[in-house]
Design a binder for this molecule. Structure first.
Ligand code: ADP
Length: 371
């Protein structure tokens, strides 16, 4: 049983995507946060413009909802070119790529989402396209079949992935710029929310400072993720409109989020169930992900992608060689005081030396394993 979650960073439906689209920043100046990446891109874009060359290929990795697609759109806009969008799973055979590649105009941008899911055959096919701007196509069939080489316009490939560890090194080495997107700080999310509240006309009615405090509350509960911030803003706007004549204040925001089951830490029901299972069934861990998934009746990939990154980032979960482990902080949060004390004792008694609190050797930079 997969649980639908308001705090999932995955897009939910087309209506939400349209809503996000209307709030999507269109220029680098309007893109908030990710300062180091934005600076790198500014320089690379300016250099490419001066030399009248396409931008180098860019690999963006990081959890969903952090702005990878948004950046690809911005890059195409800044270059004054077009963006073609596709994804790893959508490309099943080389011929799926031929049309897209041959239609590209000089310096256009091709965005491939979930690039870690490209099949090896497609990956091989892509290499000459991104290195030498040419592809081989087969014409005719049977005994008359022959391969001809088609030249392509110089273009920029932007690859996005949530699983950097799954990209082959051959693929990774073909990107001139590779960058890991970070979770956003509450201050940055507040800035995004302010801008979006303005775009949605939210300041009318209530007191501005009330709205500011409400947005600040949303920023704290958005898991460092703009897509979630936008979704919470939408829920609060609806709630305020129907129950409070459109006035948004902290009490209204809190009530709207409570209705959605989101607590003051930004945790939802699935997060709390996940933590409680480790506490109740596995005495705080360490326990393997598959065992937790089976007990919860959830998919382990979902837990790894949408539940664990936030808990890891907030120090509510530790990944060890022997499995997942609650931290004293999370045990206390979910009301397991005795367990919290036992876990603190373990930490103090040097369990770290035994490997209990060592980082997972398979974890990539988001603390996730590539398995
Ligand atoms: P990803 O491709 O990483 O899953 P998206 O680019 O689709 O994420 O971002 C989801 C939504 O979040 C966007 O539609 C946009 O409205 C918002 N967003 C993302 N990054 C930013 C940012 N830096 N500034 C403002 N809004 C952002």
């Amino acid at each position: 049983m997969a649980t639908e979650r308001i705090v999932s960073a995955q897009p939910r439906d087309t209506r939400e995507e349209q809503f996000n689209l209307s709030l999507r920043p269109e220029t680098l100046d309007a893109y908030i946060g990710q300062a180091r990446l934005v600076e790198k891109l500014r320089i690379a874009l300016e250099a490419a413009r001066q030399r009248k060359e396409p931008l180098e290929h860019v690999l963006l990795h990081g959890p969903p909802g952090l702005g990878k697609t948004t950046l690809a759109n911005i890059i195409a806009t800044e270059l004054g070119t077009h963006l073609s969008l596709t994804s790893g799973p959508a490309l099943t055979k080389p011929s799926d790529l031929v049309g897209t590649l041959t239609r590209l105009q000089p310096r256009d941008v091709l965005f491939i989402d979930e690039i870690h899911r490209l099949s090896p055959v497609i990956e091989e096919y892509l290499y000459p396209a991104i290195e030498d701007f040419r592809i081989d196509v087969t014409v005719d069939s049977g005994m008359h079949a022959r391969s001809i080489t088609l030249p392509l316009q110089p273009f920029t490939l932007i690859g996005a992935t949530t699983r950097a560890g799954l990209i082959t090194s051959a693929m990774r080495s073909r990107f001139g710029i590779a960058h890991n997107l970070e979770y956003y700080q509450p201050g940055e999310l507040l800035e995004i929310l302010r801008r979006n509240a303005r775009l949605l006309g939210l300041e009318e009615g209530g007191q501005t400072s009330d709205l500011e405090r409400a947005l600040s509350l949303l920023a704290d509960r958005s898991r460092g993720t703009p897509r979630i911030a936008n979704r919470l803003l939408r829920r609060v706007r609806d709630y305020a409109q129907v129950r409070h004549g459109g006035t948004v204040n902290p009490e209204v925001a809190d009530a709207a989020l409570c209705l959605e089951g989101i607590d003051d830490q930004g945790l939802d029901e699935l997060d709390r169930r996940y933590l409680r299972v480790i506490a109740e069934v596995y005495r705080g861990g360490p326990v393997g992900l598959e065992a937790i998934a089976a007990t919860l009746g959830e998919d382990s990939g979902t837990l790894e992608d949408v539940v664990e990154p936030f808990l890891l980032q907030r120090g509510m979960l530790a990944r060890t060689r022997r499995g997942r482990q609650l931290t004293p902080h999370s045990a206390k949060l979910i009301g397991f005081g005795d367990l919290a004390e036992r876990l603190s004792g373990l930490e103090d008694s040097g369990a770290a030396e035994t490997g209990l609190f060592d980082a997972d050797p398979d974890a990539n930079e988001h603390g996730r394993s590539s398995k």
